[in-house]
Design a protein around this ligand. Structure first.
Ligand code: ADP
Ligand code: MG
Ligand code: MG
Length: 210
């Protein structure tokens, strides 16, 4: 079973940065279809610069790491996704607090609170064709699976739910963000933010494997 310590969250950041860089072109392509073709580039800039900043000034606890990445994303990404992902990570960091090892139930509370803060900031709900369509099912699946297993099993369930949620945005009509300007024409395309959210939750799950 996995220990949710600083090394775990460092692996998450490493894997998240790697997959965002690797998938940046695909994320930008998805955003070209229903937005302004910058989502991959936005996140690539944010995650690589956060990873560099944290390598230079390593945080001491899981909470400090997530808070620092979140602040960095808010400041460097630009676009709607920067402040939204910044809020996710800062909210999670705040709930993790100063503890050197995070209890699995606390991670669940942090995920739930992070999704709630995105919904509040973005005035968005599941079904609006946004990152919430991946993040909400992930937080829900984590909470449900944790009742029956350990953190690794719960993170696996969360990652699976996030990927399914991202795919399920294809037939939806966008009600928030730039894609909403397209109205009906947003139907038939996977939401870029839901797609990147699924990659990030998958990175969190993969961090369970050292
Ligand atoms: P921008 O749209 O400003 O260019 P990005 O392309 O980086 O920003 O991010 C777009 C993504 O942000 C969308 O695919 C969507 O998932 C997410 N998003 C946009 N607006 C909202 C909102 N109000 N609530 C939740 N997520 C949103
Ligand atoms: Mg965009
Ligand atoms: Mg933009």
């Amino acid at each position: 079973t996995v220990t949710l310590d600083l090394a775990f969250f460092q692996r998450f950041l490493d894997r998240a940065t790697r997959v965002i860089v690797a998938e940046s072109a695909r994320l930008t392509e998805l955003d070209a279809a229903i937005g302004d073709a910058d989502h991959g580039a936005n996140l690539k800039r944010g995650f690589t610069s956060a990873a560099d900043a944290l390598a230079a000034d390593p945080p001491a606890t899981p909470g400090a790491l997530l808070t620092a990445v979140g602040a960095h994303l808010t400041n460097t990404v630009g676009g709607a996704s920067g402040p939204l992902y910044g809020t996710v990570l800062r909210r999670m960091g705040k709930i993790l607090g100063e503890d050197p090892v995070v209890e699995p139930a606390v991670l669940g509370r942090a995920l739930a609170a992070a999704v709630a803060s995105v919904r509040r900031l973005g005035d968005s709900a599941p079904g609006d064709k946004t990152m919430v369509d991946a993040l909400q099912p992930a937080a829900d699946a984590y909470a449900e699976a944790l009742g029956e297993g350990d953190a690794a099993a719960a993170l696996e369930a969360a990652a699976r739910a996030a990927r399914a949620g991202a795919e399920a945005t294809i037939p939806l009509r966008a009600r928030r963000g730039r894609a909403s300007y397209l109205g009906e024409r947003s139907i038939g395309h996977q939401d870029p933010g839901a797609t990147s959210s699924a990659l990030l939750v998958t990175a969190l799950h993969e961090a369970t494997d050292p």
